[in-house]
Write a protein that binds this ligand. Structure first.
Ligand SMILES: NC(=O)c1ccc[n+]([C@@H]2O[C@H](COP(=O)([O-])OP(=O)(O)OC[C@H]3O[C@@H](n4cnc5c(N)ncnc54)[C@H](O)[C@@H]3O)[C@@H](O)[C@H]2O)c1
Length: 345
């Protein structure tokens, strides 16, 4: 068990980096000692807000000089793999933003590099840490709904053209890896897979209906899960004003509907009902505003990463788990492109 405070760094000081820095400020057992961005002003701004850690503009230099234990990777999605591998080579553990990467090859190479170097690789899917998500997962694993029949996710965000124009990597195949599904919907898709298990077959239609971007802004998908259940995903970034993310899970013995972090329906044949309304009707507005992450964000995953390193155990969402949602999204893209059903390996 490592007793000293771990030294934490962040690469990529844009929209999501403060969520990592805030979580670190609350966490026990680590401190933010270095931040890095190719745009010096962005790194300096983050440093000024979070206790003046050292500022770098080159990741390799930060990895050589800052004596880090853990690195948060908060750069554009298609750069994650290279940054994870650079950390692994330097013997530094990694907490990577979603999506883990945007191709299977780059995800596998990053996972492999971390395993080879003996460093831990954790993925960020903060919705798995919401108390209500955990409640649903435990109930499903305990068989409270019986055999699962249908698992669907409605992932309707609103991002205007100005959002896509706000960064030259946004809405590109090369660095965002896709659109409404790979960037925003990936959270709900991860949750759906966590609840329902792996997907066997997908058939998808995806298009760019309203934004001036090369990637999809709207998609519909039909799913067959390994356990035989069916499902639907609707994903978009074009729906004003943005709807709460909704997951509907039906089993032979009942139904659970989760909206953002609220359980709106929990009914089972044996009379069980568990409705959590204490968070009120309004949830954090992330479906409308990417920076409005609300109070239930990265705290649990950051603390878990510190504890995983100190206790020498796997983090809550190891790289192999974080890979799954991206693998499904890539199969969805293939189906939409070819007009054919895709069978996952
Ligand atoms: N977990 C969540 O809810 C959540 C929310 C938003 C974004 N994200 C993810 O976080 C990542 C970043 O998204 P964002 O919205 O913060 O993007 P952003 O464009 O606001 O920030 C990215 C930063 O990385 C910097 N950068 C680019 N290349 C670099 C390099 N080689 N070295 C160092 N810095 C570099 C850019 O200058 C920029 O400041 C994406 O993968 C995104 O999917 C996750």
């Amino acid at each position: 068990m490592v007793k000293r405070d771990l030294r934490w760094g962040i690469v990529g000081c844009g929209v999501i980096a403060p969520a990592h820095a805030k979580a670190l400020a609350k966490a026990k057992g680590a401190k933010l000692v270095a931040v890095c961005d190719i745009v010096p002003e962005k790194a300096e701004k983050l440093a000024a807000e979070f206790g003046q850690p050292d500022v770098y503009t080159d990741l390799k230099e930060m990895l050589q000089e800052a004596d880090l234990d853990i690195l948060s990777v908060c750069t554009p999605s298609g750069l994650h793999g290279g940054h994870i591998e650079a950390a692994a080579e330097a013997g530094v553990h990694v907490l990577s933003e979603k999506p883990l990467e945007i191709t299977l090859e780059k995800m596998d190479s990053a996972i492999q590099a971390c395993r080879k170097a003996g460093v831990k690789l954790g993925g960020v899917f903060q919705r798995r840490t919401f108390p209500t998500s955990k409640q649903v997962k435990e109930a499903l694993d305990a068989g409270e709904l019986g055999n699962l029949l249908l698992g669907s996710a409605y992932l309707k965000y609103y991002r205007d053209q100005a959002y896509y124009d706000s960064g030259d990597w946004r809405g590109t195949w090369e660095l965002d890896g896709g659109g409404a599904l790979m960037n925003q919907g990936v959270h709900g898709i991860d949750l759906l897979l966590w609840f329902m298990g792996d997907v066997k077959k997908v058939f998808a239609r995806a298009g760019t209906l309203a934004r001036d971007i090369p990637v999809e802004d709207t998609a519909i998908i039909s799913l067959e899960f390994e356990n035989g259940a069916f499902g639907i995903i609707e994903g978009t970034t074009t729906v004003y004003p943005g709807m709460d993310t909704r997951l509907e899970i039906h089993g032979e013995k009942g139904t659970i509907v989760l909206e953002e972090h609220r359980i709106n329906v929990w009914e089972t044949l044996d009379g069980g009902s568990k409705i959590d309304t204490k968070d009120g009707a309004k949830s954090p507005g992330v479906s409308a505003d990417p920076s409005a992450l609300g109070p239930l964000t990265h705290d649990v995953l950051v603390q878990d990463m510190i504890d995983a390193v100190k206790e020498d155990r796997e983090p809550l969402i190891p790289g192999e788990e974080a890979r799954k949602a991206v693998e499904l999204i890539l199969a969805i893209y293939e189906s939409a492109r070819t007009g054919k059903e895709v069978v996952l390996d």
